[in-house]
Design a protein around this ligand. Structure first.
Ligand SMILES: [Zn+2]
Length: 409
């Protein structure tokens, strides 16, 4: 039976969102946490963009070292030869998604009458062939605005992509225009006609990103191909956001009929949800909404008489799933007295104190000095007090940390 896999795009689509952003070190920690959570693939960024090059190459290095593994690390670029060429020249990226608009609205609106449907096919097939000939192992071809594209052209586009080396087609509901009924039908038809695994990339402009993602996935599965749902942690993303990672996993595992009809990649470990959502919220500086699915402060809170009574008698009366499944600790220890943080202006004494508290052994003075220097730069780089994850990462992989934090304009 075909399966549902998750491709998280927080580090590509999430970070390109207006008014929010994170550092390269924080992107790296998110990749590590996604790997720990058993997520199939992380779209880590833009390999043709020079500001990402050191970060991407260092993350690929961590993958080769077995640290960031088995997660697949992939890049994104436009479906033009120049972007693919630059991506391969600057980085060691081996998995790539290339993107081009397929709807007439966008072909007209973006290219202003200078490109036809045939030109789109030509650009895409040339870029796909170039990528495959030059060592790209997994190639996804993205149909931007697929949901507003003419169905017969979309099928033709996907067939051409497959013939020129595509391993998957990304069905992008770029404007969140689909609904669960339309996306199911369209994706099922596309998958039946082309027989290629489908990625679902859904935005939340009508509040249906998660519903559309799982409905689209079912369309692919019913047509006999694997489905790859694109997610963002905490549902962040452009405008109203992307499909939320935790909600998608819960929908596939717990929803009335989906729980029996969709088979989720068995490596996905929901118990890491709490950890990754909290870290990502901290990194972006965006609080988790109180009513966020699974990880919101109120997701397991009860007050009204009937609900409290019912829940205390049997949690299943008013809780669809358990907070323990999401790795939510029953109590969290928050230090309210003296706090020592490490940052750019820290001294050695404070740094050593924090390391001792975290039971981090730095062995000798030379190494301690070296790590301390990197930690100061890390704070300059993230502009926030360092977290335990970041500190431990720097201690374990100082060379990669140094590379990740190096950006030379
Ligand atoms: Zn998107």
């Amino acid at each position: 039976m075909p399966k549902v896999f998750i491709i998280d795009v927080t580090n590509r689509d999430g970070v390109q969102t207006s008014r929010i952003g994170i550092s390269k070190l924080e992107k790296t920690i998110i990749n590590l946490l996604l790997n720990e959570m058993g997520i199939y693939q992380s779209e880590i960024g833009f390999p043709f963009s020079k500001s990402e090059v050191n970060y991407i190459n260092a993350n690929i290095e961590l993958s080769k070292m077995g640290v960031l593994e088995p997660i697949v690390l992939s890049g994104w670029c436009r479906a033009i030869v120049k972007d693919v060429e630059d991506s391969l020249r600057y980085t060691n990226i081996e998995h790539l998604n290339i993107s081009i608009s397929t709807s007439d609205i966008m072909i007209q609106g973006k290219f202003q009458g200078k490109k036809t449907r045939d030109d789109i096919l030509k650009m895409m097939t040339e870029a796909a062939e170039f990528a495959k000939k030059n060592g790209i192992k997994t190639l996804g071809v993205n149909a931007e605005d697929a949901s507003r594209s003419d169905m017969s052209f979309l099928i033709k586009f996907a067939k051409e992509a497959k013939n020129h080396g595509a391993d998957r087609i990304r069905y992008c509901d770029t404007l969140g225009y689909d609904d669960p009924f339309t996306i199911y039908e369209r994706v099922r038809t596309l998958a039946e006609e082309v027989k290629i695994p489908i990625e679902l990339h859904c935005h939340n402009d009508l509040g249906m990103a998660v519903a559309n993602s799982v409905a689209g996935a079912k369309g692919a599965i019913d047509a006999g191909v694997d489905a790859y749902i694109n997610t963002c942690i905490n549902g962040i993303g452009e405008r109203a956001g992307n499909a939320d990672l935790v909600s998608v996993i819960l929908a596939v595992k717990k929803a009335s009929s989906l729980k029996d009809k969709l088979e989720l990649d068995e490596r996905v470990d929901l118990s890491k949800a709490w950890k990754i959502c909290k870290y990502t919220s901290y990194a972006f500086g965006i609080p988790i909404p109180i009513n966020q699915v699974g990880v919101g402060a109120n997701a397991f809170a009860h007050e009204s008489g009937i609900h409290v009574d019912g829940t205390l008698k049997n949690r299943r009366n008013y809780e669809l799933y358990d907070y323990e499944e999401l790795g939510r600790p029953e109590q969290e220890i928050v230090e309210t007295g003296r706090v020592i943080t490490v940052g750019e202006y820290s001294g050695m004494k404070g740094f050593k104190t924090v390391c001792e508290r975290l039971k981090i052994n730095l062995n000798n003075e030379k190494r301690t000095q070296e790590i301390f220097e990197l930690v100061r730069y890390a704070n300059l780089h993230t502009q926030k007090p360092l977290t335990e994850y970041e500190l431990r990462f720097i201690v374990q992989y100082p060379e990669q940390a140094r590379k990740i934090m190096t950006v030379i304009p």
